[in-house]
Design a protein. Structure first.
Ligand code: PHE
Length: 338
């Protein structure tokens, strides 16, 4: 048998096939277990030993060429079938295409946008501030002088050798920028990214998100602060939660507080509130007169409150996330859940 003539004949028959069924039969006949190529291989033992190798190689090459010819013919069928289907009367080009995978908003973006809506509805303005900040705004103007011990606890990334530029360690510098640019009364929030040079673990990351709030007006008191925070809680958790204030120290507020809310997830203690029924929500307080002055606001005439909501922590609470580092490591398996 001349392999080349056999291949030509096989190719001709393959292109003559009109449907998948016929092609399958021909495939069996040519390269199936009892097919043509199998028969060629079966002849080998009868050949002279020196001819066996060449014969085997030819048979295998023939098989390969047949396989390719069949695959090409099958591909032509499927595209012509598609073509026929397209031309058929019942082909509906308006049917929706299969859904492609889509991205989703990061949970921090979701919470930020929700809170922006909430505060906008209460007449707040939304501000932005630089992430690379002057020492003046990040510390000095916030009543944190050069030798103040609070600087140590802020784990600052310095951006230059003389220490005038820092990566902001909190969103509070936007308080000063806000006061410089407006005349009271006003209310602002400033969500954004902040940075601390810390060893990372499940509850600390070098980069995280906060939302600053600042209200300046006539006779602003702790009662206003508590009222605003209760509205905030209703917006976040969808219902009223009791709050309590514990003393907290921050040089830019006086008095300063840590505000706790009743645990929204239980009545009698759970893992989220560590069995205390209270969750630590945010630090806050009345703006220190030195800070008002640094922002160009007269503390004899105006007063204000400020708060610093930890957005990363809030997202962790809301979705029961056990490691803050998940938020920024970009793992698609994590992000797909939102
Ligand atoms: N800026 C403070 C921090 O990040 C939080 C804070 C903001 C405290 C506003 C009081 C008032 O630690």
């Amino acid at each position: 048998m001349d392999p080349e003539a056999t291949l030509d004949a096989a190719r001709e028959r393959i292109s003559a096939c009109e449907d998948t069924e016929a092609l399958k039969d021909l495939e069996r006949e040519l390269i199936g277990k009892k097919g043509l190529v199998a028969a060629m291989l079966a002849e080998i033992p009868k050949l002279a030993p020196e001819d066996r190798k060449a014969h085997g190689q030819k048979a295998n090459a023939l098989k390969q060429s047949i396989v390719v010819a069949i695959a090409n013919r099958a591909a032509a069928f499927s595209s012509s079938q598609l073509e026929t289907a397209r031309r058929a009367d019942d082909f509906d080009a308006t049917l929706p295409a299969p859904l492609a995978d889509r991205g989703s908003l990061h949970p921090i973006t979701q919470v930020t946008r929700e809170l922006e809506d909430l505060f906008l509805s209460m007449g707040y303005e939304i501000l932005d501030g630089p992430e690379v900040e002057l020492d003046h705004y990040n510390f000095e103007a916030l009543n944190i002088t050069k030798d103040h011990p609070a600087r140590d606890s802020q784990d600052t990334f310095y951006c230059d050798e003389i220490g005038t530029l820092v990566l902001r360690t909190h969103t509070s510098p936007v308080q000063i920028r806000a006061m410089e640019d407006r005349t009271p009364p006003f209310r602002v929030i400033a969500p954004g990214r902040v940075f601390r040079q810390e060893t990372t673990d499940a509850s600390h990351d070098h980069t995280f998100y906060q939302m600053e709030g600042l209200v300046v007006g006539k006779d602003i008191s702790v009662a206003h602060l508590i009222g605003a925070m209760k509205t905030l809680l209703r917006g976040i958790f969808g219902r009223d939660l009791d709050v309590r204030l514990r003393p907290g120290h921050f040089p830019f507020v006086e008095p300063g507080f840590e505000l706790d809310a009743r645990c929204p997830f239980c009545d009698s203690g759970c893992s989220v509130c560590k069995k205390t029924t209270w969750i630590e929500l945010l630090p806050c307080g009345l703006v220190h007169p030195n800070v008002l002055r640094a922002g160009g606001v007269d503390p004899e005439e105006w007063s204000g409150f400020a708060f610093g909501l930890g957005l990363s922590r809030l997202v962790m609470l809301r979705h029961n996330i056990d490691d803050v580092r998940h938020l920024l490591d970009g793992d698609v398996r994590f992000l797909e859940q939102f």
